[in-house]
Design a protein around this ligand. Structure first.
Ligand SMILES: [Zn+2]
Length: 375
């Protein structure tokens, strides 16, 4: 496998400020860095180089997308708002969405890194790719920044490639622990994009990501939410993939699979309450790589989203990129056995019940597909 890799120094320069920015002045506790900080990304990039895995990757230089590209997904008002706020920085551009000076340009490069990763895979120069971009994108709504995200990196990239006629049907799998609300909004009535989000139930945003939110209009049936209860481990995630994600991909037969990849489902994440380790992410990545090989010539692109454990995100990301590249380095995750031994890792009855609800969506998707295409 030839695997592309996107990273840019400027991704680390998106300035999310400190907790004092959120509650000024912080009267009680010394302000710390905002949780969406550069360290997790810097350390994942660092590990790729220390392990030697980077030598097996094809470096893809990101190019910024344009305001016109953004406008296929976002309102003009939102784009201009981010552009203006970015000239000053140090404020919030939307709910839980800090913006620094120059963040607009970095956000263009973040969406651009995602776009270049997809474009390079579609060109055939690489088989698959990982875009380690920042700021993240999956919470950004068409008309608002939200949840650390300014623009929807994956939707902007997909819409550009579709507009250029380079891409038809896309399946998105969002394994970030939070619901991919922005991605859902971008494609909710569009049957050309199957959006699947697997997330901790009602964690963020509250009230989004329910099984019943299944798409609308022509897109009815093409939005699949798999909410899981807090405390889910590898058993629940693997069951959700085997019973919902993979059958949905097989029914949809995409031209490319895109993963909005957050590592905040890991056991040490400060924001999520799930129990995954790097080996579980490796197994999930293997399943998706297998589906891509079977369904769409191996075309699989992952673009980075959340994940807030400075010490643990690097091991999860490294295991996933090893899987994409088909390379095993000497890196050993010192914590993976520890997490494996935690109780309740196996599929529990209440988790099984939630997955069973989402399972019905695969039949609905298949029925919608056959109604549309007569297959
Ligand atoms: Zn997240």
């Amino acid at each position: 496998m030839t695997t592309g890799y996107v990273f840019h120094e400027h991704y680390l320069w998106h300035d999310t400020g400190t907790s004092a920015q959120m509650m000024p002045p912080d009267r009680f506790v010394e302000p710390g860095l905002h949780v969406e900080a550069p360290a997790t990304k810097r350390r994942l990039n660092g590990l790729l180089h220390v392990s030697g895995l980077a030598r097996h990757l094809v470096r893809i230089e990101p190019e910024p997308v344009t305001a016109e590209d953004l406008a296929r997904v976002h309102t003009r008002h939102h784009i201009e708002n981010i552009q203006e706020l970015s000239k000053v920085g140090g404020i919030y551009a939307g709910p839980q969405a800090p913006i620094g000076r120059g963040s607009y340009e970095i956000a263009l490069l973040s969406a651009g890194g995602t776009w270049m990763a997809m474009a390079t895979v579609l060109s055939g120069r690489v088989d698959n790719a990982y875009a380690l971009v920042r700021p993240p994108g999956h919470h950004a709504e068409p008309d608002s920044a939200m949840g650390y995200c300014l623009f929807g990196n994956a939707p902007v990239a997909i819409r550009r490639l579709q507009a250029e006629g380079l891409l038809g049907r896309v399946a998105i799998v969002d394994w970030d622990v939070h619901h991919g609300n922005g991605t859902e909004s971008a494609f909710y009535d569009d049957p050309s994009v199957l959006a699947i989000s697997i997330h901790q139930d009602n964690l963020y945003p509250i009230g989004r990501g329910a099984v019943a939110d299944n798409g609308s209009g022509d897109g009815e049936g093409f939005n699949i939410n798999i909410p899981l209860p807090p405390g889910s481990g590898t058993g629940a995630y693997e069951a959700a993939f085997d019973r919902v994600v993979l059958p949905a991909l097989q029914a949809f037969r995409p031209d490319m699979i895109v993963v909005t990849s957050g590592f905040d489902g890991a056991g040490f994440d400060p924001l999520g309450r799930m129990m995954l380790n790097s080996e579980c992410y490796r197994r999930l990545a293997r399943r998706l790589a297998g589906a891509a090989a079977e369904l769409c010539g191996g075309r699989l692109v992952m673009t980075h989203e959340g994940g807030y454990s400075e010490g643990y995100v690097p091991f999860c990301g490294h295991a996933v990129i090893e899987t994409l590249a088909g390379v095993r380095t000497e890196v050993v995750d010192p914590l993976t056995d520890h997490i494996d031994e935690w109780g309740w890792q196996a599929l529990q009855p209440h988790q099984d019940a939630m997955i069973a609800k989402a399972e019905g969506l695969v039949d609905r998707l298949a029925a919608r597909l056959s109604a549309r295409t007569g297959r």
